[in-house]
Design a protein around this ligand. Structure first.
Ligand code: MG
Length: 346
């Protein structure tokens, strides 16, 4: 199960096995080897994502919400605008039609929020087993926009050596600021509460939502964004380590700046979980040139999706990897988790 949990175990499965067979296609601009959120071929961004969340329904959402928002967000964090999705359903014998319709209704709602359409797909049914009702694969394509071009012009104004055409994990440089678009841990703890039948009280529900409109607004209205990642499986800890490693720069974050709901914090303490390692489905980590950081923060806070945004840290060449200044003034190394502590969250 750890091989599917978004940490070091999953990364070695991909690097040691999958890349060996499918890597090497170097004429692709953002190829498989980049292991970014999606690939770029010419001016098109392509992404495929399978969704196997257990259970199908949880506080704040269901598998249909994740199936659309997850793929949309992976396309959006490269700076592209998603516009068409393909959808493959693998349904387990016994799934009720009313449950299936609830899932379809959620998918339609998320598609409308994101402004995308499902244009092709496939349906299979398998015998009762361990699917937990159904698995949904969505693949999607996105295109370049004027907002992305404007964003890149702002980046080049402050960094004349910048040559990239996309927003990539590998673009962060010393001095760039790190913005987090909102509270962490909500999704993973909501799914865990449904898996285990736990009631943590309070307002814990999944944050699942498409972020492409907020991101396109940020790129077009402010700009200066160089790197973005949605902190899904493995949480903020995994996302920051991935960006730090690929960009070859250290990242320092401040514990007192990381937005987290009291109820999520309390649930994590009760269960001995680190909220930095818990997955999210409606948040984005943004690396932005220092000069644009305050304007970017102000823009994000003016949106519904980003109203709890904070500047949580910056890139530094004083060390490699990720470190956190704790509330009591110490410094803690943030390692990449072996895997998300909550299984099957997406
Ligand atoms: Mg992603």
């Amino acid at each position: 199960m750890l091989h599917g949990a978004g940490g070091t175990a999953m990364h070695s499965l991909i690097k040691d096995y999958i890349l060996k067979y499918f890597g090497g296609n170097l004429e692709v601009e953002v190829p498989l080897e980049a292991l970014d959120d999606a690939a770029a071929i010419g001016d098109i961004v392509l992404k495929s994502d399978s969704h196997a969340v257990k259970p199908l329904f949880f506080p704040g959402g269901d598998i249909g919400c994740i199936a659309v928002a997850g793929t949309v967000n992976d396309i959006a964090v490269l700076g592209a605008e998603p516009y068409a999705l393909a959808c493959g359903f693998i349904l387990e014998e016994g799934l009720s039609l009313s449950a299936f319709e609830k899932i379809l209704t959620s998918m339609r709602r998320m598609c409308r929020m994101a402004g995308v359409n499902i244009v092709t797909g496939d349906t299979k049914v398998v015998e009762k087993g361990s699917l937990g009702g159904c698995v949904i694969n969505t693949s999607g394509i996105g295109r370049r926009t004027d907002a992305l071009e404007r964003n890149l012009r702002v980046v080049r104004r402050f960094r004349d050596d910048f040559r990239g055409r996309w927003i990539l994990d590998s673009n962060l440089r010393k001095g760039d600021k790190i913005i987090l678009s909102g509270t962490i841990g909500d999704h993973g703890i909501a799914v865990l509460s449904a898996q285990e039948g736990l009631d943590f009280g309070g307002d814990i529900k999944s944050d699942v939502k498409p972020l492409n409109r907020m991101i396109q607004g940020l790129l077009g209205e402010v700009g200066g964004v160089v790197a973005m990642k949605d902190p899904t499986r493995g949480g903020l800890a995994d996302a920051l380590n991935e960006i730090s490693e690929k960009s070859n720069v250290g990242i320092l974050i401040y514990e007192d700046k990381i937005p987290i709901r009291d109820s999520v914090q309390a649930a994590c303490e009760m269960l001995g979980l680190d909220p930095l390692e818990i997955g999210n489905e409606g948040k984005v980590v943004i690396g932005v040139v220092r000069e644009a950081a305050e304007d970017a923060l102000e823009f994000l806070r003016s949106t519904e999706e980003g109203r709890d945004a904070e500047i949580i840290g910056e890139a530094t060449d004083e060390f490699s990897g990720v470190a956190m200044k704790t509330m009591i003034g110490g410094k803690r190394i943030i390692n990449r988790p072996v895997g998300d502590p909550v299984p099957r969250i997406c």
